[in-house]
Design a protein. Sequence first.
Lengths: 262, 262
Amino acid sequence: MTTRDSTSPELPRSLTLLWAGRPQGQRGPRPKLSVERIAQAAVRVADTDGLEALSMQRIAGELGYSTMSLYNHIPSKELLLEVVADIGAGPPPDLGDTDDFRHAVRRWVGALWAGFQIRPWMLRVPLDHASFGPNQLAWLDRLLRPLLAAGLIGGEARVAALHVTAVVRGTAQISMNMASAHKTDDGIPRADADLALVVAEFIDPKDYPALTAVHAAEIVGEHPGHDTEGDDLPFELSFGVDRFLDGVESWVVAQTRRAGPT
Amino acid sequence: MTTRDSTSPELPRSLTLLWAGRPQGQRGPRPKLSVERIAQAAVRVADTDGLEALSMQRIAGELGYSTMSLYNHIPSKELLLEVVADIGAGPPPDLGDTDDFRHAVRRWVGALWAGFQIRPWMLRVPLDHASFGPNQLAWLDRLLRPLLAAGLIGGEARVAALHVTAVVRGTAQISMNMASAHKTDDGIPRADADLALVVAEFIDPKDYPALTAVHAAEIVGEHPGHDTEGDDLPFELSFGVDRFLDGVESWVVAQTRRAGPT
DNA sequence: AGAAACTATGTATAGCGTACATTGACATGT
DNA sequence: ACATGTCAATGTACGCTATACATAGTTTCT
């Protein structure tokens, strides 16, 4: 069964690519190429030259094969990208078994954040059809553990995990593209230079009162070093995550109190 | 000054497109096309056929012009997309002047969420170089207002707003692509069908204990109707946002107590 | 009137994903 | 050992993309 003609029995869509190993053992010559090798090459390309440089021809060239050979192992680039996203995610961090769920979640957040720092292109891989590869699910599992340990029940843990994941993804997407801090180190240490420029140049305080207020306050100084916990999260992430964890903590307390102590 | 040759004085990059009106008043014939008209046509195309159908030729065709005419008004598709993102965002909702900052934030979240529901392609517009158009900043301003009113000081309000925005974006990106709920209404009302299928089919409970636990708990039933507040946010969003707002509230209390009451 | 300036167009190029037909090497059943 | 036929790999071709460049046409200033 080649990948080419497998329109599949409708259900597993792409997932076979991620989970099921190749059916194997048929008659023809053994394939020297594999989905994994292709995806790894793709990751290598994206790492060095970005996602926009990730073309089928480039991958094939990297591996020393012709472009169309790739299509013997994957049905389309779109599906390949799902595999690439999983390979690119890599294995989740080991958070240990501490009973400090806050610390565990913060470490998880820090690891994911660092991952996006190293592989910014992961933020641009279009995630369609819910690509859930082994690695992605492993990350999710590792996050669920401390959340369950904290006292959240099934559904709450799920949406809390979704929330945390969304925060990191969203924050990375938004705040990485600001900055352009790599060239402007003149003034304003953490506030992104572009937005500050826009505000200073074009904004009418009448139209954007809160925005101007915030930026005015921030130019004055006021960069308090409240790194609320000992980790390495940037303030952008840290503040929100900590407030959320505060909220989770008091929620759990309120719920267990309502249900009566065990 | 045509847009074609304006490599620009380095600083305003694209922002001129969004903020500065056309220099206007020169010698040639008045342009009948405009950035706005182009962007509006682009939005129309994306609304009907999605972002992948948004090509320059399609836009030009929609407007009855030749493809290359567009390049008299915008320097590249990439820059156009920044304008499109701002036009597509539309004006922010009016949250009124209630002193209930939680309600205001939740309404803002609901509006943005609804926006992403209507225009899913907005989630895929690559946001590079910090595109801050008038609408985007207006949204930000509207969100900052209740946050400031709640008692957050400058920098905190900024990162809190970033957090909330990131949550909505991230949650929408992740949770919209799951589901495929449009076809499977057999069993499992809210848990996405695909992930459940994967878990049931491929997952070894030894490798993903927390995940299996959560999903097992969710199949049993246990869909409590705790819509914590009276809005129309889905549970996925609602829970996380509410915990965050809880955390913000107690943070503000703790801070003002430390500083002494006014 | 003349000229400068600017919009709109037409043509052409390099690159993309991939459908399709073909080739040739290999593992298998006899 | 051999023939069978399956399948990996290739080459060619098509329609699509963004956009560089040269041209034509129109309007307003000097």
